[in-house]
Structures are given as C-alpha cells and as structure tokens.
Write a protein that binds this ligand. Structure first.
Ligand SMILES: Cc1ncc(COP(=O)(O)O)c(C=O)c1O
Length: 388
C-alpha cells in the first residue's frame, strides 16, 4: 500500500482526547480507583430496563420516526415545561438524538457555514472544540478564571466578538469545573448575547445534578428561547450513558435543519433506548432524586477531604466533578495525574485537557461510592504529603 494518507486534513489536525490516554494507562493497572470517568456509577434503574425489554418482547425493533417517537417527544416537552417552565411543541421543536453528543454535532452542523466563529468557554467539555471544527466552523475560546470560580463574565463575550461570530456554547452546570450559574448571572450573559445577536447552544446535560440552588434553564430567560438550542439527555441524571439517548429543543426552523441531517446520517436514535427513556420520564423521578441526594453527599465529602489535604477546592454547585488546584504540590496537572496514577493507582484527569486555564487543576469525578472515594482520598493524602 502506498504511503499516502487518506485521512482528511480536518481530522488529521484534531488532537486525540487527553482523557482517553489516562483511561488507557489506568486500564493496564490493577487496583486502580478511577475518579476519571464522567459517568454515573449507578446501574440504570430497573424499571427503565424492564420497559426496554417489554418493548423488545412486543416486537418494537424497527426504526422510529426520524425525530424520535412522538410519545417520547411529548414526554420531553412535558418534562421541560414542568421542570423549567419551557414550552416546546413536541411535533416540530424537539428532536431525540443519539446522546447529547449527537445533538451537539447536529446543532453545529445545522448552523455553521465556513468561516463562522463559535465561542467556546473553557475549561469545557473536550468535544466542543473538535465538533465546531468538524462542522467547518472556527472555535474561538474564552478562558474563564479560577478567581471568578470559572464563571463566564459578559465582558469576556464582548471581547471575543468579531464580525464572524455566530454562536456561543454554554454549559451549565459545567464539566469539568462543576461551576453553576445562577439566574442573575445568566441574565447578565443574555444581555450581551442579545446585543450581539448570537445563537446559543445551551448544554444542560447536568441540569438535574445541582445541589444548592434552584436551576434556571437558559432559554427560560426572557428573549433567549428564540435564539437557543437547548441540549440535554438521559446519560447523567438518569444513569443511562450506554443507552446513547439525548435530545435537543429549539426554534422549529433549527430543529427541522437538525432533523434533515439526522435523517440522512442516523435515521433515528435506538428504539429500545427510546422506550427506556419514556419510562425514565414517566416514572423515574424518585430514582433521580435518590441519585442526586447521593451525589450531594459525595460532593460534600470529596470537597472537604481535598481541602483538608491542601488541594484547594471551591464547592462546585453542580455536575459530579470537583476541580481542585494542585498548585501547592509544585506539579503541573499532567505531572500530578501521571505520578498519582503510577504511585497510588488513582486516576484523575489533568485540567489542561479541558483548556489552557485548566492547567494547575485536576478533575476528580465523584460519581463513585463513598467507600471508593474514601480510599482514593487516603491515597491522595499520602501522595500530596510527600510533596508539600
Ligand atoms: C457537558 C457534556 N455534554 C455532553 C456530554 C455527552 O453526553 P451523552 O452521553 O449524552 O452523549 C457530556 C459527557 O460527558 C458532557 O460532559
């Protein structure tokens, strides 16, 4: 075979995910406690699984409508109305996707023309920059600051605007920092967004996982619904990562554009997963509440333990990540994560993989049992004490 690379320049230019490298290293070791993975340790609640079996037993094994089963879209619409006072027409303002991941990809591809700039607020979910690039857009990153608790400030949006800016991606609560934005903070951002006529992709996959204050969905802010594609899904709050089910809601014209791409590239989200999600929305409230309560206890435990061992960590308002500073150890994020894995067999993710200002921090997922967290903290204490 010739030496010519058939890989496109666009793909060749993407960096491999910095998170993956740590998973691969950890997988080769024994007795590893992983605080690396961003997924619930809970198994999907049994009644969701049972409804999926039930659907299969009754022969629901074919494609669904491209946009997803209308029963599910109606339930999503009811859920958004009950929880966030949002009104979306299930017939033309909701699409069911293969995870929130596909909804992000569809939204970007539906709106981006070559040369369009999309603002990405870092430290952020590692997929945003690559998906903007794959959609043919240009990501323009904003670095939030630790001293602002990694909260985006309106003037930072203003400074990033150019004549080519089309959209901004927001994530609340945020991965990897756990930062939670209040209604007032979102309203301040909304003013700037309106001023510059931006489209918003609002990733609210962690909306259910908030622990101290009431949650405000971005499109519920006056004037924002018409310019926002709301993205969410079942992976995190409903413990359904492997089912690959998410959704988007937004203005009919934009959802229609997303459905157009979806029908050619995916057809529909998995049918059996859609049945499980239907049950999750109809009868899953208690399970979600129980999991949220458990995450809250774990958050309180990990944050106080990290501060005790002098890894300074503010209280994250949402998601299931703590983002402590490793500055006191004199190590970089990568040195800390690599040495901790080698010496103490605890896997965390270096903060710099989420953006430049993540340097000096590590992401610790607390979606793991208190017993495991306790052992991880003991190992981390030993590791840190050798260096301070
Ligand atoms: C902020 C954020 N958005 C989207 C996703 C993707 O979720 P899904 O499993 O629904 O594709 C993740 C997963 O880690 C995430 O952290």
């Amino acid at each position: 075979m010739s030496q010519i690379s058939y890989v496109s320049k666009k793909v060749d230019g993407l960096k491999p995910s910095g998170i993956r490298r740590f998973f691969d290293l950890a997988a080769q070791m024994e007795d590893v406690i992983s605080l690396g993975v961003g997924e619930p340790d809970f198994v999907t609640p049994w009644n969701f699984i049972e409804q999926s079996f039930h659907a299969l037993e009754h022969g629901y094994t074919s494609y669904t409508e491209n946009a997803g089963m209308i029963e599910l879209r109606k339930e999503i619409s009811t859920y958004l109305s009950k929880n966030y006072r949002l009104r979306y027409d299930p017939y033309d303002q909701v699409i069911v996707s293969v995870g929130a991941s596909q909804a992000i990809d569809l939204a970007l591809r539906a709106v981006i023309d070559p040369g369009d700039e999309v603002i990405v607020v870092e430290p952020s979910f590692v997929a945003y920059v690559p998906t903007v690039k794959l959609a043919g857009g240009t990501p323009v990153t904003i670095q939030t600051e630790a001293e602002d608790e990694f909260k985006l400030k309106p003037e930072q949006i203003e400074a990033a605007i150019t004549p080519n800016t089309k959209a901004i991606m927001l994530c609340n609560p945020n991965n990897p920092t756990g930062t939670f934005l209040s209604k007032e903070e979102l309203e301040q951002l909304a003013e700037m967004i309106e001023k510059h006529d931006l489209l918003v992709l609002s990733d609210e996959i962690y909306a259910e996982l908030t622990y101290d204050e009431d949650y405000t969905s971005f499109p519920s802010i006056t004037g924002m619904k018409e310019r926002t594609i709301l993205i969410s899904g079942f992976s995190k709050a409903f413990a359904m990562t492997g089912w690959r089910l998410g959704y988007a809601a937004g203005p009919a014209q934009l959802i229609a554009a997303m459905v157009k791409i979806h029908q050619y590239t995916m057809m529909c989200a998995p049918t059996m997963a859609q049945h499980a999600a239907l049950e999750a929305l109809k009868n899953g409230r208690q399970s979600v509440n129980d999991m949220v309560e458990s995450y809250k206890q774990r958050r309180n435990f990990i944050v106080s333990s990290l501060n005790e061992i002098r890894l300074k960590c503010p209280n994250p308002g949402g998601a299931f990540y703590a983002f402590p500073s490793v500055e006191a150890t004199g190590l970089t994020s990568s040195e800390f994560a690599e040495q901790l894995l080698q010496e103490e067999h605890v896997a965390v993710v270096p903060g710099n993989v989420f953006g430049a200002n993540g340097e000096g921090y590590i992401r610790c997922s607390y979606a793991t049992s208190i017993k495991q967290l306790d052992e991880a903290m003991k190992r981390m204490k030993r590791f840190v004490e050798k260096r301070i």
